[in-house]
Design a protein around this ligand. Structure first.
Ligand SMILES: NC(=O)c1ccc[n+]([C@@H]2O[C@H](COP(=O)([O-])OP(=O)(O)OC[C@H]3O[C@@H](n4cnc5c(N)ncnc54)[C@H](O)[C@@H]3O)[C@@H](O)[C@H]2O)c1
Length: 258
């Protein structure tokens, strides 16, 4: 802390890292961006100028060695979340890690243990529970108003069908090597966070995933269907499909394809 402000190192200044800088500035009062970290030197220079942050590092280790850093915000490829979080925690830094927390349960467990051992905060930057939609759904489930006792739910969520991923420098997001999985780990995980916020802990999981043979990415999961049962007994049907449902003031529209 300096002048009452928590100093944050942004590790990875791509899409999410840039949003973190913007959000810290919007919050203003108690946080400040101490430095930017990215191993792509040209991109880092560009971002440093664009975002007006002078202090930069080419490796997370250098940011961890900087005694002016209180928090490491991990906005890196999924494969790096675990080791960077553990190194940051062991150095006494608090950790904010972008979703998905890790690529395996074993990694997530090690991260929690490291933070617990070091006595630092480990927080997963999962945004969906903070939306007004999540708050409204939770209120409806808790109060039974206006539809009475909720007994089940079904959720359909869309995805980028063209490639099951993103183009350009963000293509790593849905590769098994750097992303750890496909659409489900990348986008479906938001939905699980929202479900847990609305319905409580999930106790039982039945899921099937399928790999498409007709798109670029056949090596990662494409669509998923399944059922979750919560500890409170809610049964939730899940489907990640090639379909987006839009709801508007005058009606709804289901869109298939790209
Ligand atoms: N919460 C959300 O809604 C949301 C949205 C998008 C992405 N994300 C998450 O944010 C994280 C980052 O995704 P992104 O879309 O910003 O990716 P990105 O590719 O835009 O940014 C990642 C950056 O990390 C840098 N990098 C990669 N390996 C590095 C290393 N070892 N050391 C230093 N820099 C390194 C890359 O050069 C790149 O600039 C992921 O966990 C992703 O799932 C969350």
């Amino acid at each position: 802390m300096a002048g009452g402000r928590v100093r944050v190192a942004i590790a990875g200044v791509g899409w999410a890292g840039t949003r973190h800088v913007e959000a810290i500035r919007e919050l203003g009062r108690k946080l400040t961006v101490e430095c930017l970290v990215d191993y792509d030197a040209d991109f880092l220079r560009e971002k440093s100028a664009e975002l007006g942050v002078e202090k930069t590092y080419g490796s997370v280790d250098d940011a961890i060695s900087d005694t002016n850093v209180d928090v490491i915000a991990i906005c890196l490829p999924h494969r790096d979340h675990c080791e960077v979080a553990i190194a940051a925690a062991e150095s006494g830094r608090h950790v904010l890690v972008e979703k998905p927390m890790a690529t395996t349960v074993e990694e997530a467990t090690r991260m929690i243990a490291a933070a617990g051992h070091a006595g630092v905060t480990l927080f997963v930057a999962e945004n969906l529970p903070y939306t007004s939609m999540s708050a409204t759904l939770r209120r409806m489930v808790e109060s039974g108003d206006p539809i009475g006792e909720v007994v089940s739910a079904s959720i359909v969520t869309g995805f980028r069908a063209e490639q099951y991923g993103y183009p350009g420098r963000r293509a790593w997001l849905s590769t098994p090597e750097a992303g750890g999985g496909g659409q489900w780990l990348l986008n479906g995980i938001h939905m699980i966070a929202q479900l847990r916020y609305v319905f409580g802990e999930i106790e039982d999981v039945y899921l099937r995933h399928h790999h498409s043979s007709r798109v670029d990415r056949t090596d990662v999961e494409a669509t998923l269907t399944g059922t979750l049962t919560t500890a409170a007994g809610y049964s939730i049907a899940l489907m990640q499909s090639h379909e987006v449902y839009l709801s508007g003031g005058l009606g709804g529209l289901t869109v298939f394809g790209d």
